[in-house]
Design a protein around this ligand. Sequence first.
Ligand SMILES: [Zn+2]
Length: 133
Amino acid sequence: MASEGRKEKVIHTRIPAALEEQIKRLAEGLRVPVSNLVRNMLEDAIEMTRRMRDRVPAPHDPPTATMDLSGVFGWQEITLNIDAPCARCEKLLQGGDQAFLGLTDRSRDARVFICPECVPRPVKNDRRRKASM
Ligand SMILES: [Zn+2]
């Protein structure tokens, strides 16, 4: 982008005196001219805005709290020794709570825990089946 002699323009903009003071102090601290600092800040802001804009329209991104459970092949009952949120309902599970650890083949997966209410139940009509475990 910086190639073939970039044309430079001057932008005038009104800013609060306090902001000017802040910018000047920051520039002094960094030992760069105010104009360089402002230019860099604008470039950074544009870059950040562009990155955010590129990221926002990704509706496939799951909400941060809901984890990908597709690789889990089983749930192992454990007693938690740490605090961890349920990967399904986000309820906070605490040390000592009964929880279920997601077992996966992919060792690089983050550990996932779910609470007893979120463990898949057999959909059969045999409700007493789990009692024998
Ligand atoms: Zn849960």
